[in-house]
Structures are given as C-alpha cells and as structure tokens.
Design a protein. Structure first.
Length: 261
C-alpha cells in the first residue's frame, strides 16, 4: 500500500468517530423535533446544550469533583492492579489460587458496596474513591497477570539457558511484553472508574456529577441531567484518548501489523 493511501486511511480513521457522533446528534435532534418529544422524557441535543451553557458554572464544579475523585481511585487501582497482577502472573500457584477468587469478587455488583462504605467512611469522598478503585482494578490485574502468565515456555527456556534468572525473565521480558495488555486495561478501567464514582455520588455524596444527576432528576430538569451525563462521557473519552496516545508512542512495536495495512 502506498504512503498516500496509508495517510488517507489514517485521516479517515481519525475523523470517523466525529462524523459518527455528528450523524447521531443530527438524527437525535431530528427525531425530537419531528415527534415533538417532551424534554421531561427525552431532551433534544439543543435543549441539553442550552442547559449546559446556562448551568456551566455548576456543572464545572461538580465535574471537577468527579474528575479528581475518579483519578484518585484510578491511581490506587493502577498501583494495586499492577502489583497484584505481577504477583499472580509470576507464579503458577498464585494464578491458580487467586484468579478464580478475583473472578468471583468481580461478579459482585459494586453498587452494593456503597452503603457498606458509607457506614465505614461516612458520606463524602471516601466511598466514591473506593468504589472507583473496586470497579477498575480488576481489568488491570487480569491483563498484567495474563501478559506474564502467557509468556512462551520456549522463550523462557532459551533465556534460562542463556543464564537469565526467573526475576530477569519477568522484569526484562515479561513486563515489557505485558505493556500492550496494560494499556488496553487502562482504557477499559478508566471508563469503569467514572461509572463507579458517579454511582457512589448518587447515593453517598453532596457533590459531583452523580449528585447533580439526582438533583436535576428530582427537579425535573432532564436537560441538565443529560448535560451531566455528556460531561462524564467527555471526560472518560478524553482520558481514553490520552492513554491511546501514550500507548502508540510507547508500544509502537506491538502495533506494527496495523501500520502495514
């Protein structure tokens, strides 16, 4: 494939999400206008935008609170997820013993932990940070553990013959090999972290987008509620794109196949 064709394909891929978003918004607005859908049932994009401009100060304050609380919980999830994933992936016994238990824990609805966390830590940032952590550390742990546990036995045998110790194999080969898994898990976990924070704020906070959603819904301001949802989605998408950018510039070797298409 020529360089011009590759550049054209990259431009199309870069613009395709925005084109799809524009089409979706236009269709949404057309349906609301054509069928005169009540804003109390399903507000139009125009109404959401109006409410977003009108309450931009309030939304910004709640969004900032949700953002930094989410980042705090997500940061803890990265540290715990990497350490636990390294522990599980570096030992076959640990992998066999811990992985099924973690899978069972991940199946538990994290929203059910919020009332317990409120009893332990009270209403405020504590339950929100811990909920974001609980819901987002599992993908990170699993991907790190999988990257280490699936290291080819033949490669490990060759490295052992060359004098490499188990620690050397894990740190110098296993961890770099796990980086694509790690970045993939970050892009999944960050969206889950925002979900965890928002759910917690809906029941155990007096600030944040989750609290804003409950307040706006109680006041029948559905445009404001949808504006809050849009802001959460925008923050999650921004963090997703940030991790994608870092991934492409640190693990380009793992994406060389896609670059040749």
């Amino acid at each position: 494939m020529s360089a011009a064709s590759m550049a054209s394909n990259k431009r199309v891929q870069a613009w395709s999400p925005w084109v799809l978003l524009a089409i979706t918004i236009a269709l949404w607005q057309a349906i609301c206008s054509a069928f005169q859908v009540s804003e109390f049932i399903f507000p139009s994009p125009a109404r959401i935008w109006t409410q977003m401009i009108e309450y931009r100060g309030v939304i910004a304050a709640h969004a900032w609170r949700t953002y930094w609380v989410t980042m705090a919980g997500f940061g803890i999830a990265i540290v715990v997820g990497v350490l636990l994933g390294f522990l599980i992936g570096s030992s076959r016994l640990a992998y066999a013993a811990v992985y099924p238990l973690m899978t069972a824990f991940n199946a538990l609805p994290k929203a059910a932990f919020v009332p317990i966390l409120v009893v332990w830590f009270g209403i405020g940032i504590g339950p929100a940070i811990l909920t974001a952590f609980l819901i987002s550390f599992f993908p990170i742990t699993v991907n790190i553990a999988t990257g280490l546990a699936t290291l080819e036995p033949e490669l490990e045998d060759v490295l052992r013959v060359l004098g490499a110790k188990r620690w050397d194999v894990l740190v110098k080969v296993g961890l770099p090999r796990s980086m694509p898994y790690f970045y993939g898990s970050l892009k999944v976990a960050i969206t889950l972290a925002f979900v965890g924070t928002t759910v917690s704020e809906m029941t155990a906070a007096n600030e944040g987008i989750g609290y804003l959603l409950i307040s706006a819904g109680s006041a029948m301001q559905m445009g404001l509620a949808f504006a809050g949802l849009v802001v959460v989605g925008a923050m999650a998408m921004a963090m997703y794109e940030l991790f994608s950018y870092v991934e492409k510039h640190t693990t380009a070797w793992a994406h060389r196949g896609s670059q040749m298409q």
